[in-house]
Design a protein around this ligand. Structure first.
Ligand code: BGC
Length: 389
């Protein structure tokens, strides 16, 4: 079984160095190899190959693969998901995330956070200001007078250490965000583990610890288009969001503090509906945090489902987080050229960012996002892929 799978990899990637040591302890993923494969169990493997350079460091691409052929490719720049290959209802594999063909694209300042880990604080902090225990902090401003996704050089622009893990095809990225980085207090140690199961589930588990009280909100910023390049927009996708309320925002997308009911409005996806059906009635398009209907804060629960009726591809999102940002790719405008020369037009992809609510450090009524020494931030989110005929 292992031999067969490795042969396929050999054919696909050309010259390959096989690592014989497997199972047992983790494997240092940053060795200076062009391309190699680590069998992580009898049915899974992780392949690594050189992808490019950033800030003088070599960037590696890792491919998680399961027995059914699903693949997830990631790079250690931004802990970014570059590709997710899943089958449609006829068994044809296609790449369902937006991104670029090479490192150059990911380095562009116009890169709209494709596939990356966002932090230290995902989404907006009003005017980049907050205070903890009476001490005020000022973050860099990068979005209409506010701070978006952790500032100018957030987690998405960092080099992450990588370690391959045994068992399911999985990889752990680690990053130490130093005290004062982008204005945030405390040395914050972050780990993000991506695992691919045999059931086509991509699980992302995040932990963070700190040595000073700090604000933490970490998520993944993949943009999905389940047509895998066949349809230029996601307006025909059907979405269900398990939320009776959403976080109301002002015209700078800063929360007003109100949690408004979705019922009877264009925000209501408690019954699956086509994204395009009401989007014109929502100023700017969907870019809102939904307040998930939840029973648990420790077990991932069903939050969102998305169906592309044409390809039959179906995605379910489960999370431990209290909210999910449904962003319908409103700021994509056709100026970015992505994979295979594709122009990413408005609504070309949708992001579903499992997270705490925006601007929580300034919103006492929202679930807490202040992490203190001795505590561990934990979040787990699963993207599960299947088909519906
Ligand atoms: C935000 C959008 C923002 C986008 C950046 C999303 O998480 O909600 O407002 O434009 O990230 O790519």
């Amino acid at each position: 079984m292992i031999t067969l799978r490795i042969s396929a990899t050999l054919l696909f990637f050309g010259a390959v160095n096989l690592i014989t040591a497997c199972g047992g302890s983790g494997h240092n993923a940053n060795e200076n190899l062009t391309s190699d494969t680590m069998p992580t169990s009898k049915t899974s493997s992780v392949l690594q190959q050189k992808y490019g350079n950033a800030d003088g460091k070599e960037i590696t691409q890792y491919t998680l693969k399961n027995a059914g052929g699903m693949e997830v490719k990631l790079i250690n720049y931004g802990g970014t998901i570059t590709n997710i290959m899943v089958p449609d209802s006829s068994g044809n594999f296609g790449d369902v995330v937006l991104g670029f063909d090479s490192m150059d694209g990911y380095l562009k300042k116009e890169n709209p956070y494709f596939g990356c880990i966002t932090g230290r604080y995902a989404n907006r902090i009003a005017k980049g200001k907050f205070s903890i225990d009476g001490k005020s902090y000022q973050l860099p401003i990068n979005n209409n007078g506010n701070t978006l996704h952790g500032g100018i050089n957030g987690f998405n622009r960092k080099f992450w250490d990588a370690e391959l893990l045994p068992g399911d095809s999985s990889i752990k990225f680690s990053y130490l965000s130093k005290d004062g980085e982008e204005g945030f207090p405390g040395n914050c140690k972050v780990e993000v583990k991506y695992s691919l199961s045999q059931n086509n589930e991509l699980k992302i588990e995040y932990t963070a610890t700190t040595d000073k009280p700090t604000a933490v909100n970490i998520t993944n910023h993949s943009y999905f288009n389940l047509s895998a390049g066949k349809d230029s927009t996601i307006l025909g996708h059907e979405i269900f969001i398990n939320a009776d309320k959403y976080v109301a925002v002002d015209n700078e997308l800063i929360p007003t503090s109100e949690l408004l009911p979705v019922k009877g409005t264009s925000m209501d996806f408690t019954v699956p509906a086509t994204i395009g059906s009401d989007i014109a009635k929502v100023a700017g398009g969907y870019d809102h945090t939904y307040v998930l209907n939840k029973k648990s804060t420790t077990e991932p629960e069903l939050a969102v489902t998305v169906l592309d009726p044409n390809s039959g591809r179906y995605m379910e999102l489960f999370t431990t987080e209290p909210g999910v940002q449904f962003y319908s790719g409103n700021f994509l405008d056709g100026s970015l050229t992505g994979k295979n020369g594709m122009k990413y037009v408005k609504n070309g992809g949708l992001a579903l960012e499992a997270q705490h609510f925006p601007d929580s450090p300034n919103q006492p009524s929202f679930p807490n996002t202040i992490l203190r020494p001795g505590e561990t931030f934990n979040q787990a989110t699963i993207y599960k892929f299947s088909v519906k005929k």
